[in-house]
Design a protein around this ligand. Structure first.
Ligand code: FAD
Length: 297
């Protein structure tokens, strides 16, 4: 009698993201609000260049504790006034319910109907975490106060959030945001496509059925990226880290390798069925538009 077969590795439910393919593809570009008039001028040139690529929307980040509320709004309104869709981010850490309600009213009064809702991170030295402890509570509050007015995007983490007690709990916490009324999710950036494919697969198993758009970080300045990745829990694969480190200060070669790696990642994601891409532009148009052109979107 032949020996019973050892169980093989668990296959992905759907190698080709059937659950994601049904969502229309959404391409979007993220900025941060500049601190100076010079930075604002540069960003204006950036978004005007990127607007030619006709993204579905632009988004602009929001400093923890509302520290950039005015500049975030100013950036969004300027882009919106030029006829493009623009979504401000909003975070709840360090804020009261009244603060959040006031920001939502302000956004509504400016005819904004699309937001990215986050918990945020407590700045060092901040006294209180605020009244809404997690992004799921923020999403529930947004729905309670404003019904269906906003299209609400939330964050998710294919390589798991650094503060999560376990991968399973992080997934369940993501589901809380979905159940609270999120419409779509944008991932933290990653360079390992398997983390995204497995994450989407796990989400599907939990009954999460909303577009999970990969967040894409083009690689320009590697040492800055490495520092940032250590903090936010995004893994840079060993082969990529070593190759980048071996290039030292050779900015042109770092850019060139980064463009090859990130374009290939985007290409494979779209071929696998990812419902679009969200680019963390770092307020620069060059790398994002080169990737876009190479993809032939
Ligand atoms: P949450 O979903 O609340 O999760 C935070 C942590 O708490 C996770 O570890 C989660 O597992 C855990 N958790 C959640 N719910 C519970 C619960 N009920 N019980 C126990 N644990 C729980 N930051 C900014 O300050 N401004 C921005 O504009 C901004 N934009 C971003 C855009 C994107 C697309 C992404 C991916 C991140 C962005 N961030 C921004 C960073 C984000 O604020 C941080 O990653 C933050 O640490 C977590 O935010 P969150 O909304 O994912 O939090």
């Amino acid at each position: 009698m032949p020996a019973p077969k050892a169980p093989g590795p668990r296959a992905l439910r759907s190698e080709f993201l059937e659950s994601q393919k049904k969502h229309p593809r959404t391409f979007s570009f993220e900025f941060f609000p500049p601190k100076t008039p010079g930075g604002m001028e540069k960003l204006r040139a950036t978004w005007r260049q990127l607007a030619q690529l006709k993204p579905r929307f632009f988004s602009c980040t929001y400093g923890a504790g509302g520290s950039t509320r005015e500049r975030t709004l100013e950036t969004v309104l300027e882009i919106q006034a030029a006829g493009h869709r623009a979504a401000p981010h909003i975070s709840c850490i360090g804020a009261t319910r009244a603060d959040v309600a006031a920001t939502l009213e302000l956004y509504k009064s400016k005819r904004i109907d699309h937001i990215v809702a986050l918990r945020g991170d407590l700045p060092s030295g901040a006294a209180s975490a605020g009244e809404l402890r997690f992004a799921s509570e923020l999403v529930a509050f947004i729905r309670e106060r404003t019904g269906d007015h906003f299209h609400v995007e939330v964050a998710c983490y294919p390589e798991f959030h650094p503060q999560a007690r376990s991968p399973h709990e992080d997934l369940r916490n993501f589901k809380r945001k979905v159940d609270a009324g999120a419409d779509a999710a944008i991932t933290q950036y990653f360079y390992n496509i398997d983390s995204y494919l497995r994450f989407v697969d796990d989400c599907e198993a939990l009954g999460i059925d909303l577009p999970i758009v990969p967040g894409i970080m083009p690689i320009g300045n590697f040492s800055q990226l490495a520092r940032f990745s250590d903090a936010c829990g995004a893994e840079i694969p060993r082969w990529l880290r070593l190759k980048m480190q071996s290039l030292g200060d050779d900015v042109a070669s770092i850019r060139s390798l980064g463009l090859d790696v990130v374009t290939d990642l985007c290409d494979r994601l779209l071929s696998a069925g990812a419902p679009g891409l969200h680019f963390y532009t770092m307020n620069q148009a060059g790398l994002t538009s080169t990737i876009w052109q190479r993809l032939g979107i």
